[in-house]
Design a binder for this molecule. Structure first.
Ligand code: ADP
Ligand code: MG
Length: 186
């Protein structure tokens, strides 16, 4: 089977999020039957949903070429979440690490274990902006062009951190300065 390009959303708002994201990228770089091709800059984002008062998130998106099946890839991502101390308490509550399978090639699939594309991808600025950084021409199956989707969520509060967009960068981002990034790129 030829490799498929998959996109993975990374998020953390507990227990040193920069370290969690860095470790997640390291883990993705060692995923079997896969190659981490690039990742986005990191973003600081306000929580969407979940309990009030939880800390801001650190988010990024990674691209992985893989010959793992979608189910095997999701299982590997969940094992990484567990290895980084993920406890599933309340829905959308604070978490050490959340890894979402955003896209697996252009596959569309809808079942409770795995929905593709990720069911909330098209509404979330913290996914769409970093995805746009690494795949500006992407079309989301069933949802349309990524650039068009960005315009629907420009009101959500996110800031891109000022780090170089290098492949497999595993150094922590400098927390300052931060660049407000609230409008969709033209
Ligand atoms: P969320 O990411 O929405 O906060 P969780 O990470 O707790 O929620 O995931 C809840 C469930 O969503 C998981 O048990 C998983 O099987 C399911 N799921 C369905 N589609 C996907 C997907 N594309 N990526 C990740 N998990 C998914
Ligand atoms: Mg998740």
């Amino acid at each position: 089977m030829p490799p498929v390009l998959a996109y993975i959303g990374i998020g953390s708002n507990r227990c040193d999020p920069a370290n969690q994201v860095r470790r997640a990228l390291q883990a993705l770089a060692t995923l079997p039957a896969s190659r981490l091709t690039t990742h986005s800059p990191w973003y600081r984002t306000a929580p969407v949903g979940g309990p009030p008062g939880q800390p801001d998130y650190l988010n990024a998106v990674a691209a992985v070429e893989t010959t793992l099946s979608p189910d095997a890839l999701l299982a590997a991502l969940q094992a990484m979440e567990n290895a980084q101390g993920r406890v599933r308490a309340e829905r959308w509550g604070p978490r050490t690490l959340d890894l979402d399978l955003l896209l697996y090639g252009s596959i569309i699939r809808d079942d409770p274990y795995l929905t593709l594309p990720h069911p909330r991808l098209h509404q979330r600025a913290f996914v769409l902006y970093p995805l746009h950084d690494i795949a500006p021409d992407l079309t989301i199956p069933g949802q349309g062009k990524l650039t068009a989707l960005l315009g629907n969520c420009s009101f959500q509060s996110i800031m891109r951190l000022d780090i170089a967009n290098e492949p497999v960068t595993i150094t922590p981002p400098n927390p300052l300065p931060m660049e407000p990034y609230l409008n969709p790129p033209s």
